[in-house]
Design a protein around this ligand. Structure first.
Ligand code: ZN
Length: 167
């Protein structure tokens, strides 16, 4: 039998019953006899089960990729020295309850979104104000946005920088 010629391959079909999806037509390919081994038929399985298995595998792969992506971000935040308690701080949850804070939010967000241009020009952003006005929150929001653009970030207090320079 010439298996490369489809007309020469006998067509086998039978009706099968999938416990989950009911009746389907199964087709078989025939493996020819090889030496003393007799030929045999390989029957196709339920096509819906096959599609479901493929979808489950694709979903598992996506979940794995998403987990790896989150882990990479977490690693970068760790390397940047951003404390865990500050990581939820973003532009979205900054409380801009005065004109000065609204101005600070717009400025910081604009700086973060145009960071690549600022980095090329060497422009910096200084946030000055009283304790509790959200300077740290905005700085961390800028840092996390800038990281999401693929830049490196280093988080340190002024005291830590002075200690590092002395060291
Ligand atoms: Zn099935």
């Amino acid at each position: 039998m010439d298996v490369s010629d489809p007309a020469a391959v006998p067509l086998h079909t039978r009706t099968c019953d999938c416990p989950s999806h009911g009746v389907f037509a199964s087709r078989a390919i025939e493996l020819p006899a090889l030496g003393r081994k007799p030929g045999k038929l390989i029957w196709s399985r339920c096509p819906v089960c096959g599609r479901e298995a493929a979808a489950r595998e694709a979903a598992a792969q996506r979940a794995e990729q998403e987990q790896a992506r989150q882990q990479r971000m977490e690693d970068r935040l760790n390397r940047a020295g951003i404390p865990k308690r500050f990581r939820a701080r973003s532009f979205e949850n900054y409380l801009a309850d005065s004109d000065a804070k609204r101005h600070a939010l717009v400025t910081a967000r604009g700086f973060a979104e145009d960071f690549s241009a600022h980095a090329r020009r060497g422009t910096t952003l200084v946030l000055a104000g009283n304790v509790g006005t959200g300077k740290g929150h905005l700085a961390l929001s800028v840092a996390q946005h800038v990281m999401s653009l693929g830049h490196s970030v280093f988080f340190a207090t002024a005291r830590e920088i002075v200690l590092m320079l002395r060291g």
